[in-house]
Design a protein around this ligand. Structure first.
Ligand code: FAD
Length: 416
């Protein structure tokens, strides 16, 4: 009789989970992936998808693919019994959400990511649109359509039009800045053509509590980006504290209440409930993450290493060697685990920093890496980077086709 394969369970279907499910050798291990989502969001594409550069469906990859061999279960893991090596899961269907079941494992890999943090600011959860997944990108597109059509209704005053067409973005990190850049391109381009009566009435503001936008970048590049955005008429409001949000106003300590038609929340991360629940050693400041050693093994609260429990992606961090919550880190750590399991490679994990790229609108951007540059070349790097992030040839072809159609016939934003 053939020996039973070791059971490896991956919790989460994001950047790390997808790579693990794809890469762990299914001939050697019995691999199961558990996640409430049966697709994996290609997060760097969400800002462009939200603003009509291509269909949001291109910004996620299905787990049900011919060449994806891990078993998939649509459920949320709510707890783990580390002694009996059992996961307690809850089905992720509205009508079956009370049903629980157990899954046993030999090795478990924790990659449930993190969720948006509203920092307890009143009104944010109810009124803001987040930018975390494809459903959010669709929500941005849908709201854009609504505000453009509302502003076009006969008898709408110019003040009301300007309020409806004011998009407030909270968060001056790469995501917030790329949404702002894409929106200004859209307002100056296709919206001006399709809604000539609204020309010059749309505006975009970016709010950040920090003194400078794009914190991961050098000051010089961040300043360049800020100037580029202001030239594109984005209202950049740094050192600004949000006090509360209502369905149509955002109130800051510095400026009081300002009207908006759409509020996008692109800042702040907090741990998912499973991470809060688990009795493992965790970070004690900022985002709560599970601490690991440099082989990505977790620790029991008394400091004992758990050799069959791994944590990575946004939910895990190496003790004494903090890395940012990025797809780049998640993918490199997933590749490390794949080599460890498939080839028994046991050298410690080492992160290789790749270039940071952000689009700032009007074919301009900033790149920080071995070489720092801005302008058209940076835009080109950012655009070609979209191909790098896309995870299948099918989506690469569809994206190329979408860009060609945008160039030929304008963005699809109004034709949802
Ligand atoms: C708009 C946007 C743009 C970004 N752009 C970039 C970029 O350009 N470059 C870059 O390097 N990084 C970027 N990032 C950051 C990057 O997306 C994250 O660092 C990355 O997604 C982390 O991967 P992960 O696998 O840890 O978690 P995630 O990708 O967040 O996936 C977590 C998965 O776990 C599932 N899950 C959660 N709880 C449970 C549970 N209890 N049980 C089972 N499953 C669960 C979730 O449903 C999800 O499928 C961006 C992020 C956003 C939001």
């Amino acid at each position: 009789m053939a020996a039973q394969k070791e059971r490896v369970v991956v919790i989460g279907s994001g950047w790390a989970g997808y790579s693990l499910g794809y890469g762990i050798d299914h001939r050697k291990y019995d691999v199961t992936l558990i996640s409430p989502e049966n697709t994996s969001a290609v997060t760097p594409l969400l800002a462009s998808a939200a603003c009509g550069l291509f269909d949001p469906r291109l910004a996620h990859e299905p787990l049900r693919r011919r060449d994806f061999h891990a078993k998939y279960i649509k459920a949320t893991v709510v707890d783990i019994d580390f002694d009996s090596q059992t996961l307690i899961c809850q089905l992720a269907f509205e009508e079956l959400k009370d049903e629980r079941f157990n899954v046993e494992y030999d090795k478990v890999i924790l990659v449930p990511g993190c969720r948006s943090n509203t920092f307890g600011i009143p009104g944010v959860a109810e009124n803001a649109i987040f930018v975390k997944n494809v459903a959010n990108a669709n929500a941005v597109r849908s709201r854009l359509n609504d505000i453009l059509e509302m502003a076009s209704l006969p008898g709408t005053s110019e003040d009301r039009q300007r309020q409806l067409l004011h998009v407030a973005i909270v968060g001056g990190g790469p995501t917030g800045i790329e949404v702002a850049a894409e929106l200004t391109d859209l307002f100056d381009g296709d919206v001006g053509v399709l809604f000539p009566h609204l020309k010059g009435k749309a505006s975009v503001s970016v709010y950040d509590v920090a003194p400078q936008i794009l914190a991961p970048f050098d000051q010089k590049l961040a300043e360049y980006a800020c100037t580029a955005l202001k030239t594109g008429k984005v209202n950049v409001k740094t050192n600004t504290h949000i006090l509360k949000v209502t369905p149509n106003t955002i109130e800051t300590q510095e400026d009081g209440a300002t009207g908006y038609g759409m509020l996008i929340w692109a800042t702040g991360n907090k741990s998912v409930p499973l991470i809060d629940q688990l009795n493992l050693r965790k970070t004690d400041k900022g985002l709560v993450r599970i601490l690991t050693d440099d082989h990505l093994n977790t620790f029991a609260p008394d400091g004992t290493v758990l050799p069959n429990v791994f944590a990575l992606g946004d939910a895990g961090d190496i003790e004494g060697g903090t890395l940012p919550t990025t797809a780049e880190v998640a993918i490199q750590k997933a590749d490390y685990i794949i080599n460890l399991l498939n080839k028994n490679v046991k050298t410690p994990f080492e992160y290789k920093q790749r270039s940071l790229v952000t689009y700032t609108g009007k074919w301009d951007g900033v790149v920080q890496g071995k070489r720092e540059y801005t302008g058209y070349g940076a835009w080109l790097s950012w655009r070609s980077g979209n191909f790098f992030w896309t995870r299948s040839w099918r989506r690469k072809i569809l994206m190329g086709y979408a860009w060609f159609m945008d160039w030929l016939d304008g963005r699809e934003i109004i034709r949802n």
